[in-house]
Design a protein around this ligand. Structure first.
Ligand SMILES: Nc1ncnc2c1ncn2[C@@H]1O[C@H](COP(=O)(O)OP(=O)(O)OP(=O)(O)O)[C@@H](O)[C@H]1O
Ligand SMILES: [Mg+2]
Length: 352
């Protein structure tokens, strides 16, 4: 069977851009692929003159392409994109990540289905992280059902600053952005694919995230095309999957794992929410949904199990009243569980 350009391009999707989780095809640095008698010619266009970067990419390309059956020879040429963009903007061809320069780590919080407590987990993890590190942000990417304004107890309107960027809303010491701040509750917006993409792009590029180090992103529930597109809008450092322990929800974990793996996003781990109920009358832990499913799933997919959060009416109340439990009851077991999970995430990111 003859080699095709598509086969080569597909293989190149496994080559990561050094220092990023995304591949060189999605970065747009593969300018051309040509096949002449089972010899492959690949031309690259690099964002800047950088011998080390060039060498790393070429070596990785070589390793991947020469392993393909039917490839007899490989020639890689490279050039540097000439145009220089004004300060603060990415030059053409420079990875999109560069534009979102002030954010160091992006943590996406996902779930296979709705209502499992993804936003609750995202909010409390962001706040627990802010007790451990400076400069934490929380972005509500759930444009169909934003819940960050309610859970964080603010409906302030973001203002434009002198850099012509939107200032995020600051609450409880972290920076927030949500579509809920920009449209009123009565506005029904039918978001179509390109609009979703541009809303999130704007949240990343047109919001002045200042020196945000850890940005938690609350994704909309599900693992469909919209979620994929949202994840592709940012250089995600790692993904967290929130689930409840019962079987149906756990099937969705599989989809979540597949979604992140498809995009080469490392999975930081699984959080099992609503694991058990601490019975206030009998002092026993009651396993309402069959505790432990999240742990089993983590083992099955060989990803970390980050921890379990019990069902606790205080979690719901504090969420509804805009005073998350990590802050309203900092000494509770629930708050401590969120802190332990946040520590685990920081350890994982900072050691890798
Ligand atoms: N561990 C918990 N104990 C008690 N109530 C909880 C717990 N986790 C979440 N809840 C409550 O369950 C409801 C759904 O939670 P949340 O909005 O965080 O879920 P979600 O997965 O983000 O939902 P959606 O799919 O709508 O985005 C909220 O009222 C929340 O306060
Ligand atoms: Mg939510």
């Amino acid at each position: 069977m003859n080699l095709t350009e598509d086969q080569i391009k597909n293989a190149l999707k496994n080559v990561r851009y050094p220092g990023f989780t995304r591949d060189i095809i999605s970065f747009g640095i593969v300018k051309n692929v040509e096949i002449v008698d089972s010899n492959v010619k690949i031309s690259l266009v690099l964002p800047k003159p950088d011998g080390q970067l060039e060498e790393k990419i070429k070596q990785a390309v070589k390793k991947t392409i020469l392993e393909l059956p039917g490839v007899n020879g490989l020639e890689i040429s490279s050039e540097t994109r000439p145009a220089k963009a004004p300060a603060g903007q990415a030059s053409p061809g420079e990875p999109k990540e560069k534009k979102i320069s002030n954010i160091k780590y992006f943590i996406a919080v996902a779930s296979g289905k709705g209502g499992v407590g993804k936003s609750t987990v995202a909010v409390n993890l962001a706040l627990a992280t802010s007790k451990l590190r400076n400069n934490v942000g929380l972005m509500d990417a759930d444009i169909w059902g934003p819940s960050i304004p309610m859970m964080m107890g603010t409906n302030d309107k973001p203002k434009t600053n002198d850099k012509k960027k939107l200032n995020p809303i600051e609450k409880f010491g972290i920076n927030l952005m949500s579509i809920g701040f920009l449209i009123s509750e009565d506005d029904t917006v039918i978001w179509r694919g390109p609009m979703v993409h541009s809303a999130i792009k704007q949240f990343l590029e047109d919001v002045d995230w200042k020196e945000t180090e850890y940005l938690f992103i609350d994704l909309p529930p599900g693992t469909g095309d919209s979620q994929l597109s949202l994840i592709q809008s940012a250089p995600i450092t790692g993904g967290i999957i929130v689930t409840t322990p019962q079987d149906i929800a756990l099937l969705d974990v599989k989809r979540g794992v597949q979604m992140f793996r498809k995009l080469n996003v490392p999975i930081l781990g699984i959080v099992e929410n609503m694991s058990y109920l601490d019975c206030p009358h009998c002092s026993k832990e009651i396993d309402i949904f069959g505790r432990g499913g999240g742990f089993k799933m983590a083992e099955k997919f060989d990803i970390p199990f980050l921890g379990e959060i019990p069902i606790d009416p205080e979690i719901r109340k504090s969420g509804d009243y805009g005073n998350p439990i990590v802050l309203s009851q900092p000494n509770s077991d629930v708050a401590k569980s969120f802190t332990t999970i946040a520590e685990e995430i920081l350890k994982n990111i900072e050691q890798n």
